[in-house]
Design a protein around this ligand. Sequence first.
Ligand code: 5AD
Ligand code: SF4
Length: 496
Amino acid sequence: MDFYIDLKNIAQEELKQINLDRVNVNCSPPDFEPHRQYYFIAKCRQMVKSESERLGRPLYACTVTFGCQMNARDSEKLAGILELAGYVPSEDETADFVIYNTCTVRDNANQRVYGRLGFLNSMKKKNPHMKIALCGCMMQEASVIEKIKKSYGFVDLIFGTHNIFKFPELLCTMLESGRRVIDIWKDTDQIVEDLPVERKYAFKSGINIMFGCNNFCSYCIVPYVRGRERSRSPKDILREIECLVKDGVVEIMLLGQNVNSYGKNLEEPVNFAGLLREAEKIEGLERIRFMTSHPKDLSDELIEVMKESKKICRHLHLPLQSGSTRILKAMNRRYTKEQYIDLALKIRREIPDIAITTDIIVGFPGETPEDVEETIDVIKQVKYENAFTFIYSKRTGTPAAAMENQVPERAVKEGFDRVLRTVQDTARERVALLQGKVLPVLVEERNEQDSSLMTGRLSNNTLVHFPGDASLIGKIVDVRLEECHGFYYLGRIVNL
Ligand code: 5AD
Ligand code: SF4
């Protein structure tokens, strides 16, 4: 081909549009991002193409996500890169390239990864050309890397959270050398914009507004594996939202470990409430969600912005973790039981149609049945629409792991069951308040259990199932909420 593109001369905004088959990969790679990664995608593309010609079939790639919304968004970036590199997306873990984007927030997430790696090993024995990659939070732990090196030698590529933007380069090195590639960084202050993304849903998208966490809750491994807090510039975020809206997105979810401290490390004077105000102005955008809010940083200004907004969804995820001031102190959460309740009730007062959901940990070191009672008391007062209840998991390297008074498993289970029952009872009571109302629902997908039903979400994040067809996906329709089933509704579309 005579018209080779030299990536070094391409403007950043145009990278997504260029024909990668015309990129000159015989010159040296650009030494700046994201151009450098596009160069390596182009190079991978050639290798994938020739392998696919050799086999006489397409090469398939499967991306598997463990953990939170952040990881789900990262996986969309991985999938976007793989697709641009020439792989056909697949949900089948027998694909030619399988990547696990891992989570390490609780030990059961790690155990699931090890279990499934055993299965991948048996697949690889049948198809020796298969390539297996691991990335994400688990890979930031030295003990995990040791274990994989020792017992899972069939893994071909390993990288962590800080250098995920280098995936194309690492993939290229792996494909070219045929050897195992391991690259883990301790930290980074880099944020690379404009890499390709393949969205799971056409009509909604997550958007990272910040990375990392500075809070160091004493049980939590996230600050160690995701590094220090870094915010993206508001200009980049708003440009990304505008592009998504042009591409058909009606709902966005702004993502960060602690969105309420957005902007603190930026030069421009901007905070989370200010960012929301700007996002609100984007025409064509219908719904704005965000995750997660730390109670200690939730400002009156944010409540005000939510209250006035037509687009910010009536949902706040406000992790409680524990209702006992003593345990909260040991957790380094920096609020008391009373401060939390005051905040939650103030939000309920100011925005009466809001749903509040939460995360709760049972079994933190030193927790007594009386502490669990305090947690139950908060649940009864706040009446969450939904709550994720976790059994405390000891994470090596966190301060809580070194605490002496770890609670025996049997005692934890008993408290956990009581917390869960309280959550279910109070949630049912709250969710049932909407019975009979007609409310807008963003239709998301066909119901997995019953294909005559569609599934969507209210602004307040409650799920609604109702008769309909796939043509409704991505649309906002009015639904009468007929039957409350605890955390969700069965309903019927209303033609107004
Ligand atoms: N054990 C149990 N739950 C945890 N979480 C974070 N770390 C741990 C741990 N070590 C929970 C918190 C957090 C959610 C994402 O995961 O409730 O809000
Ligand atoms: Fe973990 Fe606390 Fe940071 Fe959330 S705020 S990621 S629980 S350290």
